[in-house]
Every structure is written in structure tokens, then in C-alpha cells.
Design a protein around this ligand. Structure first.
Ligand SMILES: [Zn+2]
Length: 297
């Protein structure tokens, strides 16, 4: 089962408690419905699975006290479950949803309570939504017919999650690639069971990315060590060329000679070379004094 299937399965278990929310859920489920030109009361929508079609038919039965017609249709090698329903009130709802009017959606659905928008979003995802597996790049998309795109897009803007749009043939894909927005929207729909998996996967990924950054940081530290050694070599060379090296105290001359002969040694290895060995901080101190002497030139 794909992650998107798991989300759909999760959403189908969310109960509808109020009539206002049921109307909103029907609005989302049938935003992509096709009005029947030969029957002014009828509209039909295709769903991916029998379970979603069952849910859609059940909402219609409760809301309009009438049974919907069901049909399984093959289309381009895929199967869809069609729910066809004839009722003047239902057809009005479907047509009004896509009326080219500002506020068409809120006027038609009403959004009377807190959960109405979440019910609409749930219906929309069940009918036209898809989401990537959490191990893949973040992507949540609603593929709606062009006629429904302005309404869906306005809805996403209104709830504070404006979607990006991409043309998908006869449809428009309204999508998100931001993990915070995707998690918020899935939570808003009511996909609470799967959202924990998603958040866990994201946290694991962030930890891995952090580890990669730490490794890159180690590489940068090595780069800094090499740069520091090159600077020391440069200072020692200048002291040698000018003969000033002979004016340095004996211990600094020793350190300068060892550094010059072993340009690729780490500070620890270089400290060990001294007779007797010196500490790393002692070595650092000597190297600083050598650099200062070179700066004075
Ligand atoms: Zn409601």
C-alpha cells in the first residue's frame, strides 16, 4: 500500500458529525464532478477506489435521502468507480461550486462550523489528492479540472496555504513541496494516524542531513589546518631568506626546522617530533612567535 493509499484509508475512518460538515465533504468529493448535459438533475464523479466511492455514495444518501448509482469503468487501462446521482439540490450544489463568481465556494458550502473546511479538504483529497511517500521528496498535489482550479486555489489561499499551480493536460495540479505545509494540511484533513510516520521520517532525515553537515564541517576543518600550515611555511621561508631565523631563540629554531621539514604533519605529530616532545599548546605558542617574528620583517 502506498503512503497516499494509507492517507486515504485513514481519512475514510474520520466520522462526519454534523450536516454542515457533510455538505462540505460532499463539496470536496464532487468538486471535480461532471454535470450530465442530458439530465439537468444529474452529475457524476469518478473515484480511485470502491471504498471512496462507497463513502461518497453514503454521504449523498444521508444528505439527500436517495441512493446513488454505481458503476465500475475502465479508462486508459485504469479502473475507476463512478458515482452518478440525480437530485436537483445536488446538481445545484455541483454547478454553483464552479460558478465563475468570487466566494462561489463559501456561498455554496457555507462553512458553518470549525470543522467544515477540514471536511471539504478531506473530500478533495479523497477525490483528487495524492501525496508522496515520506522517503521521497515532499509533494502533495490536488489535480482538479481547469474549471474547478480557481475555486480550489481560492480555498487554499483562504485557509492560509496558497498552492503552486502546474498544468496537467486538462487538469491543473495544485501542489505543495514544503514539509510543514504538507504536514499541516494532512493534519487538517484528519490523517492523524499517518502523520506521525511522516513526522518521524522527516526527523530521521533531518538528523541524517545534520550528520552530513557535520562531516562537511570536518572537511572544512582539514582545509583550515592545511591553510594554517601553508601560512607557517611561508613565515619560516621568509625568516630563512632574510637570515633572521638565526636570531630566534634555540627552541623556536628547532620548531621552525621541524615544521619546514615536515609540512604535512599535524600539530600533534609535529609536537611529538620535538626532543623532548612538547605539548600541542606549547607548539602552538612557538608557531605563533615564529609568525610574529616573520610579521616584523
Ligand atoms: Zn460543519
Amino acid at each position: 500500500m502506498s503512503f497516499a493509499d494509507a492517507v486515504r484509508e485513514d481519512l475514510l475512518t474520520v466520522p462526519v458529525k454534523k450536516n454542515c460538515c457533510r455538505r462540505a465533504l460532499i463539496g470536496g468529493l464532487f468538486l471535480s464532478a461532471v454535470s450530465d448535459p442530458a439530465d439537468r438533475d444529474r452529475a457524476a464523479a469518478r473515484f480511485r477506489t470502491a471504498e471512496i466511492a462507497d463513502c461518497a455514495a453514503e454521504q449523498l444518501r444521508v444528505q439527500f435521502s436517495k441512493t446513488a448509482e454505481r458503476r465500475r469503468i475502465g479508462f486508459c487501462g485504469k479502473y475507476y468507480e463512478e458515482v452518478s446521482f440525480a437530485s436537483p439540490a445536488f446538481r445545484r450544489l455541483v454547478d454553483n461550486l464552479r460558478a465563475p463568481r468570487e466566494n462561489a465556494l463559501s456561498e455554496t458550502i457555507g462553512f458553518r462550523c470549525e470543522e467544515c473546511r477540514s471536511a471539504f479538504l478531506r473530500g478533495l483529497f479523497l477525490s483528487v489528492g495524492t501525496v508522496n511517500d515520506p522517503h521521497k521528496p515532499v509533494h502533495l498535489e490536488f489535480s482538479v479540472p481547469q474549471a474547478a482550479a480557481p475555486v480550489a486555489s481560492a480555498f487554499f489561499g483562504e485557509i492560509g496555504y496558497p498552492a503552486k499551480a502546474v498544468s496537467r493536460g486538462a487538469n491543473v495540479g495544485l501542489y505543495y513541496k514544503d514539509s510543514a505545509a504538507v504536514e499541516d494540511l494532512l493534519a487538517m484533513m484528519g490523517a492523524h494516524r499517518v502523520i506521525f510516520d511522516m513526522i518521524n521520517t522527516r526527523i530521521e532525515r533531518e538528523i541524517r542531513n545534520h550528520e552530513n553537515r557535520v562531516n562537511n564541517c570536518d572537511t572544512r576543518n582539514i582545509g583550515r589546518t592545511v591553510a594554517a600550515a601553508a601560512k607557517q611555511m611561508n613565515a619560516i621561508e621568509r625568516l630563512r631568506e632574510t637570515g633572521k631565523i638565526d636570531n630566534l631563540p634555540e627552541e623556536l629554531r628547532e620548531t621552525a626546522r621541524l615544521r619546514y621539514e615536515n609540512p604535512d604533519f599535524s600539530l600533534d605529530a609535529l609536537a611529538e617530533l620535538h626532543r623532548p616532545p612538547i605539548t600541542k599548546s606549547g607548539l602552538n605558542h612557538r608557531l605563533r612567535r615564529i609568525a610574529e617574528a616573520a610579521d616584523e620583517l
